[in-house]
Design a protein around this ligand. Structure first.
Ligand code: 13P
Ligand code: SF4
Length: 310
């Protein structure tokens, strides 16, 4: 039976109330998904919301590691990922066995893991980081310890430059952000000489060197809101353009690369959110044996972040 978007939205709203559900969406999701969400944000903001919500059900519109993080932080809630196949290609580049082998080669090293990682990898880690707090988290680690950083070598290298800490880097990367090349940034700068370049730190080193600011998706949104500048070259996944334009109708946003599209962040549609609430699918549950260990680095990150935000 064909349903209009308005009919689908009405049914989602009815079920959201009946099931005491909250809809969380990442900043890269389709506009229709961000617009129906109770909250849209970056990885850190979404995990903070998931940890604090009073809802019984969390419909997580993002990729699997984000839904897993929500389940780890709120094990008594039902966490639903509307499209079960939505995964993060970078997270899948690191595996627990490989990490155990690397740890064995560096006994005593602290493992800092980017939140874009599987629960199994988190279970082998000491502290989690997101793109918005990575530098602060690395600075918080004891100076006499070696640090292994997994899985994003680009974010890891950026943290090394910013903190002066030497780290052993896992060679993972985001296939979407590697498409943001230095040549593209130079071209955009020539086309828009007055624009500031706001870039996600998953981008390649040569591109970050040309940016005005390296920021998480939440950081890019905040900077664009607060800056007096009127033009911005946005060097991250293009889904963020939706909120940037919505929140700043008088400012101009230019995508650094139209090719920077994360397919996994585009699979959830309104109809999938409705089906998810109707059928209570797909539940994301990290098995307790892994969860007990995987929860610790996330909690350490949230506690350290809360301490710094005071
Ligand atoms: P943020 O934490 O900045 O939202 O980034 C998540 C992500 O997957 C970037 O590719
Ligand atoms: Fe993963 Fe990259 Fe997609 Fe972010 S943009 S979810 S890091 S594949």
């Amino acid at each position: 039976m064909f349903q209009t978007d308005q009919e689908i939205i009405a049914r989602i709203n009815k079920l959201r109330a009946e099931r005491n559900a909250v809809i969380l969406a990442h900043n890269y999701e389709l506009g229709e998904v961000q617009d129906i969400a109770d909250f849209a944000g970056d990885s850190l903001e979404l995990s903070q919301k998931a940890a604090k919500t009073k809802a019984d059900v969390i419909v997580f519109c993002g990729v699997k590691f984000m839904a897993e993080t929500a389940n780890l932080l709120s094990p008594d809630k039902t966490v639903l990922l509307p499209v079960a196949e939505a995964g993060c290609d970078m997270a899948d580049m690191a595996d627990a066995e490989g990490l155990r082998q690397l740890k064995a080669q560096h006994p005593g090293a602290i493992v800092a893991c980017y939140v874009n990682s599987t629960a199994e990898v988190k279970a082998e880690s000491d502290i989690c980081v997101t793109s918005s707090n990575a530098i602060a988290m690395i600075k918080s680690l004891p100076e006499d310890k070696e640090i292994i950083f997994v899985p994003d070598m680009n974010l890891g290298r950026y943290c090394m430059e910013q903190t002066g800490r030497k780290m052993i880097l896992w060679e993972g990367f985001c296939p979407v952000h590697v498409r943001i090349t230095a040549a593209q940034i130079r071209r955009r700068r020539t086309e828009y000489p007055n624009a500031q370049v706001l870039m996600h730190p998953e981008s390649p080193k040569e591109s970050i060197a040309l940016a005005d600011y390296a920021l998480s998706t939440g950081g890019i949104l905040k900077h664009a809101r607060e800056s007096n500048c009127q033009e911005f070259i946005i060097a991250t996944e293009i889904g963020i353009m939706h909120r940037l334009q919505q929140e700043n109708p008088d400012k101009k946003f230019i995508a650094a690369s139209e090719q920077a599209v994360c397919p996994a962040m585009k699979v959830i549609r309104l109809k999938d959110i409705l089906a998810s609430l109707e059928n209570m699918k797909t539940k994301v549950v990290v098995p307790e044996k892994i969860a007990a260990k995987a929860r610790q680095p996330i909690i350490r990150m949230l506690e350290e972040t809360a301490r710094l935000q005071k």
